[in-house]
Design a protein around this ligand. Sequence first.
Ligand code: ATP
Ligand code: MG
Length: 268
Amino acid sequence: MAEPIVVVEGLHKTFVHMGRPLDVLRGIDLKIDQGEIVAIVGSSGAGKSTLLHCIGTLDVPTKGRIRLGRDDVTGLSSAKLASIRNRVIGFVFQFHHLLPEFSAIENVMMPGLIQGRSQKDMEPIAQALLGEVGLKNRATHRPGELSGGEQQRVALARALALSPKLLLCDEPTGNLDSKTGKQIQDLMFDMNARHGTTIVVVTHDLGFAHSMPRVVTMKDGLVSSDERTGVAAKGAKPAEKAKPEKEAPPSSEAPSSAEPSPVSASEP
Ligand SMILES: Nc1ncnc2c1ncn2[C@@H]1O[C@H](COP(=O)(O)OP(=O)(O)OP(=O)(O)O)[C@@H](O)[C@H]1O
Ligand SMILES: [Mg+2]
């Protein structure tokens, strides 16, 4: 059996707006195993992005716990959260947040350069990823010289640049035509099958959602249903665990354990 990479327990998030509390997440319990592909659906305002931001350690829950692998991220300092986030998580945001001054390929290389990897190291990775999202011939374009869907694809390539264990996507196909949306979906399944990447995708596209192995529906800050569609996620196969991994540097925030955590053991 695959180990859980995300465990959310009793998660609450309350925003205070103009002095009044707004309960956006009202007690979410969710477990996602390593190698799963999960769609999160629900009407606008249900709390999908807020949940994704909490799982991704970009936002701090008001109450409840989140474990990423064996790291309990609840209450960690922002420096430790940033370290876990950089090591483990790739994001594709609802609004892609590309850097406007940099070309597509520079945007894709950026997470690696920030981590101290060299341009020589990152460039072929970025080239290959741009090829995979169908943008080989747009590498030198800046975001303002790309269509919305092309920008979204650059954002996906950027999210994959450091081979994250966990890919969190907020409406990654929101701006795309159905053919390009299908390409993005194929790329996700491919990443999952080849690298065992766990993928969580928020989407309003119910067809897209139901092509995923698992669909979690949110309503008013709660999980209202959690269904298996029968579609297989190849990355969830236990055989993935047999793959030898490079030894990870010791992680100060990882609790000591005889067995590596799916999160702590991830490559930098
Ligand atoms: N920083 C904030 N302060 C106050 N309220 C907020 C804040 N962020 C989000 N909200 C409110 O929380 C609710 C949930 O927002 P969230 O972005 O999680 O919804 P969503 O399910 O992702 O919706 P959509 O499908 O429209 O993207 C919304 O009603 C929103 O107005
Ligand atoms: Mg949202």
